[in-house]
Write a protein that binds this ligand. Structure first.
Ligand code: URA
Length: 434
């Protein structure tokens, strides 16, 4: 088999066979095929697409490039969640402990942040001492002891994805529905969960800008998961303004803990986390209706069991659980700078992507894969869409490194203003799957 023929076939828009796809993925992962040929095929896939059989074959080949975790020693249906990524998205920190406290084991592998979106692993890393790269044995032990486990993927989960994702990152080939599907689903299938809830973000800040594209991606992932016997359901959620008040790692831990304490219950972040958690409880077999599942979610907040699960997970994996009760134990900023409104009016929109980039520039995110983060910096967003604002009102509180120059205009430029109140469109745009 020649790689040249695969590239030529896809360039003309024809389908690749499962054998051809397996040949490519193996060669890309073990280095026997040159990167330039993989890059050319990636670009041809971006333009020409892949049909359902090809996407399935690609997912399987990537899954089988590494190990598959065996979670059968943990009783019950194991339920995972994946979000396609958004600014301020800390739902994993909230729903993982809730779902586990309600009796459903929740094994989760998360990524590090790159660019304007943060990564769940970096958020957990803000808890002093917490080990965020668990061995397989530690991951399994955490799941058995607390029903919750979160870790950066071990090097051996879908290594072909690591290789291909790095190539996609530098060849402008990330935004392709079959490539995103195979990348996400290969890791999820290798991770060993029985069921998966997907949060597919849609909007100007997300990979998928339109509802049609978000539906196509969601359906593609649901098809692949179902074909492999996984229970799978996708919610399509709006992504434009940042999710919640916190952007930045320690700040996002604080906001998550506050929600687990029962605060901010009406916020979009809390409502979204509770709904995703409820879907997971239904899939895990501990509730049959959304109402019953939501009641369990609320009970786990009220009786403190969700927060206690997070404390136990943190302590078990070397972290300082006191930091969850006393935020002065979390990384702190060198200075805090307030940004106030320069006019009266109503905020019509907040550009989450621009704020994500500003947070990255503060040191909360990575411009380059090798950047070292400052876990204490970030943005406290007090501005809210639709709320009346009077000149001088506090809109952003910038948590920065000591001596860092903050330009308030850059933050104010992320806001779109209106003369009358603009209602937010609902965060839940559609749902797909079982
Ligand atoms: N997240 C992934 O893991 N892979 C993609 O391709 C896109 C988002």
């Amino acid at each position: 088999m020649r790689m040249y023929d695969l590239i030529y076939t896809k360039k003309l828009g024809a389908a690749l066979s499962p054998e051809q796809i397996a040949f490519w993925v193996k060669g890309a992962a073990d280095g026997s095929l040159p990167d330039e040929q993989s890059a050319a095929l990636l670009m041809a896939i971006c333009w020409r697409g892949m049909d359902t059989e090809e996407t399935l074959a690609l997912t399987l080949a990537m899954r089988d490039s590494g190990q598959r975790l065996d979670l059968s020693s943990v009783p019950g249906l194991k339920v995972d969640k994946h979000s396609t990524g958004g600014v301020g998205d800390k739902t994993t920190l909230i729903l993982g402990p809730i779902v586990a406290a309600c009796g459903v084991p929740c094994p989760m592998f998360s990524g590090r942040g790159l660019g304007h979106t943060g990564g769940t692993v970096d958020k957990f890393a803000a808890i002093p001492g917490l080990k965020v790269e668990l061995t397989d044995a530690e991951f399994l032990h955490s799941l058995q002891a607390t029903r919750f486990a979160n870790s950066a993927p071990t090097g051996n989960i879908a290594p072909a994805d690591k290789k291909l994702y790095a190539l996609r990152d530098v060849t402008a080939t990330v935004e392709s529905i079959p490539l995103i599907t195979a990348s996400i689903m290969s890791k999820k299938l290798a991770g060993g969960a029985d069921a998966l809830v997907l949060d597919v973000k849609c909007g100007p800040t997300a990979f998928m800008k339109t509802l049609d594209d978000a539906r196509t991606l969601a359906q593609s992932m649901v098809d692949v998961g179902s074909a492999h016997g996984m229970q799978i359901r996708a919610l399509i959620t709006r992504m434009d303004a940042p999710l919640g008040w916190a952007i930045g790692n320690a700040l996002e831990v604080m906001e998550s803990v506050e929600i687990l304490r029962g605060e901010h219950g009406a916020s979009e972040l809390a409502q979204m986390s509770f709904r995703l958690a409820a879907e997971m409880l239904i899939m895990g077999g501990v509730a049959t209706t959304l109402e019953a599942a939501q009641a369990k979610v609320q009970a786990s907040l009220q009786d403190g069991s969700a927060l206690e699960t997070l404390r136990r997970f943190v302590a078990l994996n070397g972290g300082d659980a006191k930091a969850l009760d006393d935020f002065s134990h979390l990384p702190q900023p060198g200075q805090v700078v307030d940004v106030r409104a320069d006019r009266d009016g109503f905020i019509a929109a907040i550009d989450g992507r621009a704020l994500g980039i500003l947070a990255m520039d503060l040191g909360a995110g990575r411009r380059d894969r090798n950047d070292v983060l400052d876990l204490g910096v970030g943005i406290h967003v007090l501005a809210g869409v639709g709320r009346p604002v009077v000149q001088g009102d506090l809109l952003f509180r910038i948590h920065a490194k000591a001596g860092q120059t903050i330009q308030p205009d850059f933050y104010l430029a992320t806001l779109e203003w209106a003369k009358v109140s603009q209602p937010m469109t609902p965060w839940l745009m559609a749902s797909i799957g079982c």
